[in-house]
Write a protein that binds this ligand. Structure first.
Ligand code: FES
Ligand code: FES
Length: 163
């Protein structure tokens, strides 16, 4: 066991864990942040996506020791004072989920996409979301949600894409 001080969603949180424990397990089992999901555990599905220093990362593939010192943002930290981001709101408005298991990873990946490409092409959406698996097959609604969020951000002149 080792002690770490993690920067999670803007809070400094002390945690004791083996240094090689995946960040995913630390978030879920030690910090009770259950929004980040365990899908494959092998870096293949994107359900465990979080931001590390603003970049999307698969938390099942990052050890807690490696994540310590980085700014970690999970789905619980994406909203701003309880207001959903345009991406979150668009997923709700489009009903872009069925069971919802993939949704937090999808939203994190979509947020990263729109930060880089505020008006993404169809191909850019497909390329950016390719690593996120939805077992329920809600891909068309996920794409629609990304388009809706993009349009809303353009209309509002918003760069409200949290990192
Ligand atoms: S659980 Fe991490 S990529 Fe699937
Ligand atoms: S909504 Fe069920 S896995 Fe995507």
């Amino acid at each position: 066991m080792a002690r770490f001080l993690l920067d999670v969603n803007g809070a400094k949180l002390p945690v004791e864990a083996p240094g090689d424990e995946p960040l995913l397990w630390v978030l879920r089992n030690r910090l009770d942040l259950m929004g980040t999901k365990y899908g494959c555990g092998e870096g293949q599905c994107g359900a465990c996506t979080v931001f590390l220093d603003g970049q999307p990362a698969r938390s099942c593939q990052v050890t807690v020791a490696a994540a310590a010192g980085s700014k970690i943002i999970t789905i619980e930290g994406l909203d701003q004072n309880g207001v959903l981001t345009p991406v979150q709101q668009a997923f709700v408005d489009e009903g872009a989920f069925q069971c919802g298991y993939c949704t937090s990873g999808m939203i994190l990946s979509a947020t990263a996409l729109l930060r880089e490409h505020p008006r993404p092409t169809q191909q850019q959406i497909i390329d950016a979301m390719d690593g996120n698996v939805c077992r329920c097959g809600t891909y068309p609604r996920i794409v629609a949600a990304i388009r809706r969020a993009s349009q809303r951000m353009a209309t509002e002149g918003s760069s409200h894409v949290q990192d």
